[in-house]
Design a protein around this ligand. Structure first.
Ligand SMILES: Cc1ncc(COP(=O)(O)O)c(C=O)c1O
Length: 291
């Protein structure tokens, strides 16, 4: 039975239902997170919860739970699944009210969580790299909020899906922002570059891990504006997200990036990322044994 979480309770998915007047359904008025779980240990859970708190604050949706309560609910959902590696999705909407754009008074937010088997890029894609297409970033100007109103991202992702590509890389006025569901890094002459955090990109949890790993390994990394020409002329292009981890893009709009293979800096970062994941998981297991 596929167990999901709805407003404080674990229930079989078939029995979970939400009102048609929920503002998530009517307006896309809600925020969400997706946390990767390895061997039943959620990865970077505090960082995901901090980002959720920020998204809730920016949208003025009351946070129904403390950090400890969120962790407890998430762990119970993880324990209720038969598989080890999971992607836990959770969303909070403003709640149920008669349709009116303005915030309703005295309503409770709706909290929904589900967990699916985690799908990381297959080995072959990691080794050979993936392709992407590009598009103009026509989304709203608050891409820093992890909003469930994803129609902009959905339409942009569909462009690459139609082309059989893994991602759509986005440019706003000729400058790189991110991709439809991931952050983007380039490498030129051994230097990793990525746009600085702003209202135009989601502050990725994986982006932060990559930045930390680069600093620890003394790989030069700069936050700076990256032009469309710099992306196309880069030695390497990577995308990052909780499910993609770090993935090399070797073809953009049908043209090769660099020599058309995942580059040496990517391979180094991929290995650092895998080692880091294992280290974090081992530490979490030790903590749970000694607790
Ligand atoms: C638009 C967008 N940018 C970036 C990311 C990467 O964020 P994270 O590394 O926290 O998964 C995502 C992930 O879903 C996303 O949807």
């Amino acid at each position: 039975m596929n167990m999901v979480f709805l407003n404080g309770k674990l229930v079989p998915a078939e029995q979970a239902s939400v009102s048609v007047l929920d503002r998530g359904f009517i307006f896309g008025d809600g925020v969400y997170e997706l946390v990767p779980v390895y061997s039943r240990v959620p990865f970077r859970i505090d960082e995901h919860l901090a980002r959720l708190e920020r998204s809730l604050g920016e949208t003025r949706i009351p946070n129904p739970y403390s950090r400890a309560q969120w962790r407890g609910h998430i762990n119970r959902l993880i324990d209720a699944q038969p598989f080890e590696d999971q992607g836990v999705y959770f969303q909070v909407t403003r709640g149920i009210a008669k349709r009116d754009h303005a915030f309703p008074k005295n309503i409770e937010p709706t909290v929904f969580m589900m967990s699916n088997p985690l799908v990381n890029p297959p080995r072959e894609q990691v080794e050979k790299g993936a392709s992407a297409v590009s598009a103009a970033d026509n989304r709203w100007l608050r891409c820093d909020i992890k909003s469930i109103s994803l129609i902009g991202n959905v339409l942009l992702r569909e462009l690459s899906a139609q082309a059989g590509a893994a991602e759509t890389i986005l440019f706003r006025d000729g400058t790189l922002t991110e991709a439809s569901a991931s952050n983007v890094f380039i490498v030129k002459d051994g230097v990793i570059r990525s746009p600085a955090k702003s209202n135009l990109i989601l502050p990725g949890i994986t982006y932060d891990v990559i930045v930390e790993l680069a600093a620890a390994a003394k790989l030069p990394l700069r936050f700076e504006d990256v032009t469309e020409a710099q992306v196309r002329g880069a030695d390497e292009v990577w995308v990052s997200s909780s499910s993609k981890e770090v993935l090399a893009i070797v073809e953009l709009d049908g043209k090769r990036i660099g020599d058309g293979k995942p580059g040496p800096v990517f391979r180094r970062m991929y290995d650092l990322y895998q080692d880091f994941k294992k280290k974090v998981m081992r530490a979490a297991k030790r903590e749970s044994v000694s607790a």
